[in-house]
Design a protein around this ligand. Structure first.
Ligand code: ZN
Ligand code: ZN
Length: 585
């Protein structure tokens, strides 16, 4: 708990006063920036014109006077527009850009973060404190002031997974310190201002996408707006550099010091900063937000040279660690030692994952029986033929696969082998019923609902590394929401037996050899999604990891058979773990 006797935290009223002063100051700066830019550019144009036009003199008294007034007006207008837009949409834009989401109280890691926020809200006297989470395995945090004036702290899944409770508390305290000092307000506004042009382009893109919805994808096609984007990012970059010069590195050190006052644990903060520094690679998509973060998103590149000191938004790592360690009467070596010791402790406390193959021949035999039965049932239900666009009969299919066919419409000619009937699909009551249920977002076939797609055992709702999933107790298959995968990859609760590690290694090697077809690209039989009843699409997990998995795009779910998710976890962990505490100078 915070000790408020030493330095009472500023009241919210005081903070708001400060924010008003910051706003005014930034608006003035923005105005001066536009005044100079517009003035210089138009002045250069006019002077050049003066060379070619004999009767025209730029510096003639009356013209110059009018000219200044016009430039003044344009600059005021631009600054006003930019400012209003930033206050109105800036934070939403930043959050969307970072893919930040609200915490899920059902998730154990998220809940712990929410609890820490609540404690910090009380001990800091803030009227409210929101939390957001970025789904990435990187370790970082930042703070923002929302549109309604309430502060928010944003952390990554990586931080939640890697930091102990005390370390997370220290990081939240660090961000709270930024909020109390007014830094958060200043930086949020600066970033919102600088994002103005990118926002403009985004809204242009959105309008284009509305007319062509099929182009809607996360990495939008940016063909025709390429030069605009270039111009916008140059202006944003200029603006940002102009303003960031106003925000000194000292703020980070001050926030570290205030954080220690709030959390009383300098070593925890030092450990968190060091972990973040070790684990970090690039985060987000632009240098725009760099100054907001706990550690700069590509912190490993920062050296302690005088040049970098000028241009970096954050003070050098070693200085920060040294100052924090000194508060606990220790040194930087102790910080690194503690991180290493905790890491070892953690590795030891991981629970061993026990795949089906390690559970004896009995359970394997039982599973084989189940799978056989399931396959027989599927074959029995495969009574539908469909006439494709070339007039040939495809099939036989089960109902779920039939309506998933790319060319299927209610007018498609189909045949039921069991009833020996043929006609357009809409004439069959079974098809109408299935389409009706699909329309109502219910599973196509009530009999398949919540049944394992491979062995037809009833699925149970359970937690896997703190994430709610559906699991088949028969074959150990798992249905995981695509949005939750980053959490599972960030968290390291489970340890895997050597046999699975060997398999992962083989996969990894196959991926490295370009000529070798990965051994994992075997065919799998068609299977139905237990949520919606449509047939799964068999796709590689990602371009990086070519393991084929069952995906349901309408439900945004992936079905992993036993060991598949675990192999992917091992591969992703290996690729993100360049975080061996390296030799420190
Ligand atoms: Zn199963
Ligand atoms: Zn589905």
């Amino acid at each position: 708990m915070a000790d408020t006797t030493k330095t009472p935290p500023p009241s919210f009223w005081e903070i708001q006063k400060k924010q008003q002063r910051i706003s005014l100051f930034l608006f003035l700066m923005l105005f001066i920036f536009y005044f100079l830019t517009v003035g210089l550019i138009s002045g250069a144009v006019l002077i050049t014109a003066g060379v070619f036009l004999p009767d025209f003199s730029f510096f003639a008294g009356s013209f110059f006077y009018k000219y200044i007034i016009v430039v003044f007006g344009i600059a005021l207008g631009l600054a006003g527009l930019n400012f209003i837009q930033a206050r109105k949409n800036g934070v939403r834009y930043i959050l969307r850009n970072l893919r930040a989401r609200s915490p899920d109280p059902e998730d154990r890691y998220h809940l712990s973060f929410l609890n820490i926020l609540e404690e910090m809200k009380i001990s800091s006297g803030l009227p409210g404190l929101r939390g957001y989470i970025i789904p990435t395995v990187n370790i970082n945090s930042l703070s923002l002031i929302g549109q309604d004036g309430l502060p928010a702290i944003v952390v990554t899944e990586g931080l939640l997974a890697e930091a102990g409770r005390d370390e997370l508390q220290a990081v939240v305290a660090h961000e709270t310190a930024h909020i109390l000092k007014g830094d958060t307000f200043l930086l949020t506004l600066i970033c919102s201002l600088a994002a103005f042009y990118e926002q403009l382009i985004d809204s242009l893109e959105e309008q284009r996408e509305l007319s062509r919805p099929e182009l809607k994808s996360p990495g939008r096609a940016k063909g025709s707006t390429q030069p605009l984007i270039y111009l916008a990012s140059s202006i944003s970059f200029l603006l940002l550099n102009f303003f960031v010069a106003l925000v000194s590195q000292k703020r980070e050190l001050l926030a570290d010091a205030t954080a220690v006052e709030l959390s009383r644990d300098p070593m925890a903060l030092a450990r968190a900063i060091y972990k973040a520094h070790l684990a970090n690679s690039f985060l987000g998509d632009s240098s725009l937000f760099t100054s907001l973060f706990l550690v700069p998103p590509d912190s490993r590149d920062i050296q302690d040279s005088p040049g970098d000191k000028l241009f970096n938004t954050h003070p050098p790592l070693l200085l920060r660690l040294k100052l924090l360690a000194e508060m606990a009467h220790k040194d930087v070596k102790a910080v690194i030692e503690e991180v290493r010791a905790r890491e070892e402790q953690r590795e030891k406390s991981r629970l061993l994952y026990s795949p089906l193959e390690d559970r004896g021949p009995d359970s394997q035999e039982k599973l084989r029986q189940l799978q056989l039965k399931a396959r027989e049932a599927l074959e029995e239900e495969s009574v539908w033929l469909a006439r494709n666009t070339r007039g040939q009969w495809d099939g036989p299919y089960v109902l779920g696969s039939l309506v998933t066919l790319p060319y299927f419409t209610p007018a498609t000619r189909i045949k039921n082998l069991k009833e020996n009937l043929e006609g357009p699909a809409r004439n069959f009551p079974q098809v109408r019923f299935a389409l009706f249920r699909q329309l109502k977002k219910q599973p196509l076939d009530p009999a398949c609902q919540n049944k394992c797609p491979v062995c037809r055992t009833e699925l149970t709702s359970t937690f896997y590394e703190g994430v709610r999933i559906k699991k088949c107790q028969g074959c150990q298959g798992k249905l995981v929401a695509m949005a939750d995968l980053e959490k599972i990859f960030a968290r390291r609760e489970l340890a895997f037996p050597d046999r699975i590690k060997q398999k992962a290694l083989a996969h990894g090697e196959a991926l490295l050899a370009p000529n070798l077809k990965p051994p994992v690209l075997k065919e799998k039989p068609p299977a139905l999604c237990p949520e919606c009843g449509l047939q799964f699409t068999l796709r590689p997990f990602s371009y990086h990891y070519l393991m084929p998995v069952y995906k349901c795009y309408p439900c945004q779910q992936i079905w992993f058979e036993d060991e598949e998710l675990e192999i992917l976890q091992i591969l992703v962990e290996d690729s993100t773990r360049n975080r061996q505490p390296a030799n420190q100078s």
